[in-house]
Design a protein around this ligand. Structure first.
Ligand SMILES: CCCCCCCC/C=C\C=C\CC(=O)SCCNC(=O)CCNC(=O)[C@H](O)C(C)(C)COP(=O)(O)OP(=O)(O)OC[C@H]1O[C@@H](n2cnc3c(N)ncnc32)[C@H](O)[C@@H]1OP(=O)(O)O
Length: 269
């Protein structure tokens, strides 16, 4: 059984619950109020994946502290509004490297999606091998509605998950799917009535993975995910530069400004 070496209490935005009997790590995202992804959060998540790898984790479950509300609200609007060029570059690079790392972990991964997961909030679930949703949440890649062209690796993750035809329709219409609809098109693999049941289902999925030799399983995973991994590795410098210039463009900045205002008005601030 794996021996836990890393100090998981050092992490600010996640709670790591390590089960020493089965080697499964349950990682609860807890960056208030809505687990939006900032550079600091992405840096922490990347470092966490390395720690889990070193500790020979047998399986990883992601879930959110903000149960039945939000899994992750996606990229942090506020941090990405008028960033410095250096910060924009750092952010895009962290988003890319974390998503790549999560897509090819040696251990199996599950997302328990216990709340909304719009746009960038869908990235963690899509990088995972298995997705279990709760009822009454929305999930999808609705970036086109913000004037954001998806990076190829992200489209590729969606295609891998729901097939090209469904992905084309979903991405081009910027649809956010209800949990039932997400189940029908395969964007989630199962629906559970509560987080507890979802966590049991996640553990059952991870236990099934154990009957396969670990290194053979990793070879097969990398082989099956080759089209996605190739998109991640394709012309990285150019891809990052494209995303930075998209983020800095007037159109995207105006869209972020408009969304920040909408959220403020909603809260009456
Ligand atoms: C911009 C990138 C350009 C470059 C692209 C290249 C790479 C492309 C790859 C991926 C791109 C992804 C794009 C995104 O992810 S953009 C973010 C999209 N997300 C959303 O549209 C979600 C917006 N939020 C909501 O719909 C709701 O907040 C919801 C998550 C459903 C929760 O609703 P509720 O529980 O009612 O909470 P409130 O709306 O009242 O919000 C509570 C506070 O949280 C703040 N908030 C919400 N979302 C974000 C966010 N994304 N970033 C930062 N902050 C967010 C909100 O303002 C409230 O704050 P406060 O309490 O201070 O008022």
């Amino acid at each position: 059984m794996p021996y836990v070496c890393a100090d998981y209490s050092k992490y600010k935005f996640v709670n790591v619950c390590w089960n020493s009997e089965n080697g499964i790590a349950t990682v609860t995202l807890k960056r208030p109020p809505v687990n939006s992804l900032t550079a600091e959060f992405l840096r922490e998540l990347s470092s966490l994946l390395l720690d889990l790898e070193k500790d020979e984790t047998q399986g990883l479950i992601f879930t959110s502290e903000f149960d039945e509300k939000v899994f992750s609200a996606g990229l942090d609007f506020k941090e990405l509004y008028r960033p410095s060029i250096d910060h924009a570059k750092e952010f895009m690079s962290l988003l890319h490297s974390f998503s790549f790392r999560l897509s090819c972990t040696a251990y199996p991964t599950v997302a328990v999606i216990n709340g909304h997961a719009p746009a960038g909030g869908c990235i963690i679930p899509l990088c995972c091998e298995y997705r279990i949703g709760l009822n009454n949440f929305n999930i999808g890649l609705n970036e086109l509605k913000f004037g954001i062209l998806l990076p190829d690796w992200l489209s590729s993750l969606m295609i891998h998950t729901i097939g090209s035809r469904n992905a084309e329709q979903a991405i081009l219409s910027g649809t956010l799917f209800s949990s039932e609809h997400a189940l029908r098109i395969g964007l989630v693999d199962e629906i559970a009535p509560t987080k507890e049941v979802a966590l049991e289902k996640a553990t059952a999925f991870l236990n099934k993975a154990k009957i396969v030799n670990r290194s053979l399983r990793l070879d097969a995973k990398l082989h099956l995910r080759r089209p996605i991994l190739q998109e991640f590795q394709k012309d990285i410098e150019n891809e990052l530069a494209k995303n930075v210039s998209l983020l800095m463009s007037d159109k995207v900045q105006q869209s972020l400004d408009a969304h920040i205002k909408i959220l403020k008005e909603k809260r009456g601030n």
